[in-house]
Design a binder for this molecule. Structure first.
Ligand code: SAM
Ligand code: SF4
Length: 451
């Protein structure tokens, strides 16, 4: 029987696939919660769904292509009465052009418009074939909802700031997610308390640049800086771990390190994307700091009383990046001693200032630099992870690998620590146990549970 004839039971089902970063993953949890509160039911396959949604990423060209490939694969379903919606960064970036490229799409909405989803759903249900949410990038409002459908029952995200005002020359985010706007610290804390009451013990505060968090509480008492908000969330009863991402070096203050000193529940890990080790390239990227200023922040962290694990993002092959610039980036890996590096080949993005820059680096050269960088980092990490051998570290239990007869755990520094437990011991996901590290690999640790 065609879907149209199956009535609202069928049309009120949806399938959602998410691409991209943690912000998108968490946006999807809120989108799912909103749809469910509007009477929709989530289903695990496109075949079962009346409404098919893609929450998309356009940070690099490859991510964007994936969405159009997916839409092409599924266009055959239109005849069955299914509706398609494109959400997120590709939606905002391409706007109504999506309707021309893929005429079977009937909803296109960027993340700044999600708070209007219920109204958009009503239009969709009324048979409107061109529903849009694209004009909200200048809004001061955040997507706050009481209906977040979190997928992990122990560890969850909370968005504290949306959008970005930094305009790094290579990046689409300020164009797709709109201007920077923060939630009140009271609203963030209320959500943290709610999560604690539900049994969550780990919270990750999210934003494209969490360090430019500004509590919009006005002059009222209770207005908090980012470091104060961190400390307050970490002091919520029942919360054992608080993480935050992403930090921008320009806005990263010493008070964050002081908060990590003072509040044990704040995780001893900072993700501080550098992008390049060359001040010349950083300038072309409009990152607003020099190599020396970045290293100054690293020195603050290294002087901390608790050992703080540092990870980063790097772009190789930015237009005009010389071999000497690249060598400066390699040198930085050694100087900082990162515990993890997310490295990307530069991808020119439409509408960004660097899109039209000259001196493009050939793709093979970008690939070579990426491989050299990853190999260098692997060797450094292999050596640095060794320092944990013999240490006793608390992990949050994430699951079990039956084939290996091992439990999977995560440390406060966000490292994977797999471990064995005495026979007969059964551990609950989300519990915390002490583990002694016996072996180090470049990307994970192995140990034995302490009983
Ligand atoms: N706001 C964060 C920041 O400033 O680091 C994260 C932004 S983005 C979602 C994550 C990473 O993607 C960036 O840190 C950067 O390394 C990378 N990225 C962004 N635009 C890119 C581009 N055009 N080509 C390659 N990598 C890019
Ligand atoms: Fe993009 Fe720069 Fe904003 Fe990060 S800080 S989201 S890289 S513009």
């Amino acid at each position: 029987m065609p879907a149209q004839e199956q009535g609202s039971e069928k049309t009120k089902t949806f399938y959602l696939e998410t691409f991209g970063c943690q912000m998108n993953a968490h946006d999807s949890e809120k989108v799912v919660g909103t749809l469910v509160s509007e009477g929709y039911r989530q289903v695990p396959t496109v075949e079962e769904a009346g409404l098919v949604l893609y929450n998309t990423c356009s940070i690099r060209d490859k991510a964007e292509q994936k969405v159009f490939n997916r839409l092409n694969d599924y266009k055959k379903y239109e005849k069955q009465g299914k509706k398609f919606g494109v959400l997120g960064c590709v939606a905002q970036q391409q706007g109504k052009e999506i309707f021309e490229k893929a005429p079977y799409v009937s909803l296109v909405a960027g993340s700044a418009s999600y708070r209007n989803l219920p109204q958009m759903l009503v239009q969709l249900e009324a048979g409107n074939r061109r529903v849009t949410g694209l004009d909200d990038r200048e809004t001061d409002e955040c997507f706050e909802t009481e209906f977040t459908a979190r997928t992990n029952p122990h560890r969850g995200y909370i968005t504290i700031i949306e959008g970005c005002d930094k305009f790094c020359s290579y990046c689409v985010v300020p164009f797709t997610r709109g201007k920077e706007r923060s939630r009140t610290s009271e609203s963030v804390l209320a959500e943290a308390r709610q999560m604690a009451a539900l049994g969550y013990t780990e919270i990750q505060l999210l934003g494209q640049n969490v360090n430019s968090y500004r509590d919009p509480a006005g002059d009222r008492a209770g207005k908090r800086s980012f470091a104060e908000l961190l400390a307050a969330v970490a002091q919520v009863e029942g919360i054992r771990r608080v993480r935050f991402t992403t930090s921008h070096p320009r806005d990263f203050g010493r008070d964050i390190i002081e908060a990590i000193h003072a509040v044990p529940a704040l995780c001893d890990h900072v993700h501080l994307p550098v992008q390049s080790g060359s001040t010349r390239v950083l300038d072309a990227m409009q990152r607003l700091y020099t190599r020396e200023q970045y290293l100054e922040r690293i020195a603050w962290m290294k002087a901390a009383r608790r050992e703080i694990s540092i990870t980063t993002d790097i772009i190789v092959g930015f237009p005009g990046e010389t071999e000497a610039d690249f060598q400066e980036t390699l040198g930085l890996l050694d100087e900082v001693g990162y515990d993890g590096v997310f490295a990307f080949k530069y991808s020119p993005r439409p509408n960004t200032p660097s899109f039209t820059m000259l001196d493009a680096i050939p793709d093979e050269e970008k690939s070579r630099r990426l491989n050299v960088l990853l190999e260098t980092q692997r060797a450094l990490q292999k050596a640095s992870y060794q320092k944990h051998v013999g240490q006793q570290i608390e992990v949050m239990v994430e699951g079990r690998n039956e084939a290996r007869q091992q439990w999977q755990g995560r440390t406060s520094q966000n490292k994977t620590l797999n471990f064995t437990a005495p026979e007969g011991v059964s551990l609950e996901q989300g519990s915390y146990v002490p583990v002694v590290v016996t072996t180090a690999f470049p990307n994970s640790l192995l140990g034995e549970m302490v009983v």
